[in-house]
Design a protein around this ligand. Sequence first.
Ligand code: PEP
Ligand code: MG
Length: 611
Amino acid sequence: MKTEGSGKPESRPAEGPRRPSRALVRAEQKLRGIPVSPGIVISTIYDTTEEPAEAPRRRIAADQVETERTRLTDAAALSRKQVGKLKTRLSVLPEEAQAELEPLLDAYILMLGNSRLLRGARKRIGDELLAAETAVQDEAEAIAAAILATKDDDKAGLNRRAAEVREIGRRLTRNLLATPFRSLKDVPPGAILISDELTPADAALLEPGRVAGVATEEGGADGHTAIMLRALGIPAVLGCHGLTAAARRGDPVVLDGTTGALTLHPGPEALAAAKEGLAAQAKERTRLSKLRRLPAETTDGQQVELQANLEIPAELPLIAAAGAVGIGLLRTEFLFMNREDLPDEDAQVQAYRGIVEAMGQDPVTIRVLDWGGEKDMEALAEGVPVPTGPNPALGLRGIRLLLKKPDLLEEQFAAILRVATLGQVRILLPMVTVPSEVAQAREIYERVARRLRRRGDSIPDKLPPLGAMIETPGAALAADAIALEADFFAIGTNDLAMYTLAVDRAEIDVAHLYDPLHPAVLRLMQFATEAALRLRMPVSVCGEMAGNPKLVPLLLGLGLRTLSMNASSVPRVKQAIRSLNIDDCARFARRVMEQSDPARIAQLVERFSAK
Ligand code: PEP
Ligand code: MG
């Protein structure tokens, strides 16, 4: 990322010293991040990191003291990590801002160590039986009050120190609460929300009609937060270094989710360019909407199925509007998020029924709960093992957790089976690595079906197909064996790339290494696709690759004919398909598969799509 700032430093104001002064950033400043959801927005900043974290006062029982102290220790470690990260990214800011922020961040890191604030909070937890967040708030307030009461002529300095303690108190509280930002509901209509990071659960709470755009410091292009934002059609730039240090609430801004550019205090030229971009965007939207009723068919008559990925019911209207035919991936974990408790069988039936009925006779592929990794769900913590091991992505995630907790799987299978007569339902298992996981899941599936029949529930005579996600290298290389157990495959290129390349898909520091065009990923996709095609078994791609029109020739060339993507990508993908010939795609794919260098593959892809 680079910044181009010509802000002239002015002396620091007496209060509010947490950020560079307003005057410092008032001149136009360009930041760059990862474009994750297209669209241009001209608006103002709404900074959730400035929001005081509201925590109701909470008392605890004597036997909870140690638990609360551990929560505090964990929150301090996380806060130190966050501030440390901010510090490593200072180099992208103008020098004046660096000089101002570096000592401040150092002071924060010290306060998050064995400081008076943390010692005092720990003591309050035990002495006064307070929850960690209440103890932190009380201690931060007490320290700030003591600083302000000090006899010293440097009032500005005292104000600054008190504000710093309160800021650290707020950061600790936010991390202790670990709940979706409550301030999300207060975002003024049309504002651009900025934050250190946004969890997938936070993103699922955003109202597309209200939040005009999103920008964060953290995050990668294929993490679930990015996926959610694309699904909701909210223009977004993630992984934008220097953002929270440079931007303040109310700052005017232009966000371009297509290029990843974010311009603070845009000058006349930047504003004129953004307005032009908006006009072009509106024109393109009208043009693409005309494709809705046309078939997804190549020039030589090959039909391609274009389906939608769905996370929350709010996206349903977008599916028909985009011209997708059915749902290729319903990520049910999003229905389980942001809740106090787990939805029981009846509550799940309600949720699935609405979706299946809305799709008529178009397919609805319901993936059973893929919990784990970054998709952390508070509700599952009670009574369900939480994958908090050293590496949650390699731990109890997806089908592994469900087979360990068969009650959860049985309940979900039962709920899906109860709506299966209403449409064309399929069931998908996440994170499969060995064929026996599919076999075990099928045993449970059939047992549940027998129970429902005995109970008199109406379920289809022929059970809906049970498929496997191919999203780990192990599953891809064992695809021929898994194909003997599963009824269909859905290739999850997001996790397949992450696990193949050992690169966290949501981690900004290694985002440059996350490349689904790496030949290792493509070879695994090819192997799995061919294993399915040999058995004439349905196979689709439902990772983010499927929604990239430039990659369509390659996917068709590899033999794939079903692609599932976020609804808003469907028109562009359809447009690409309608200009392609299958023989050309097959030749192109053969050429790509001969390459060993990801950069060369990217170049070939660009060239082919520019033809
Ligand atoms: C994938 O991994 O590609 C996928 C579609 O699943 P998710 O993104 O939900 O992990
Ligand atoms: Mg996945």
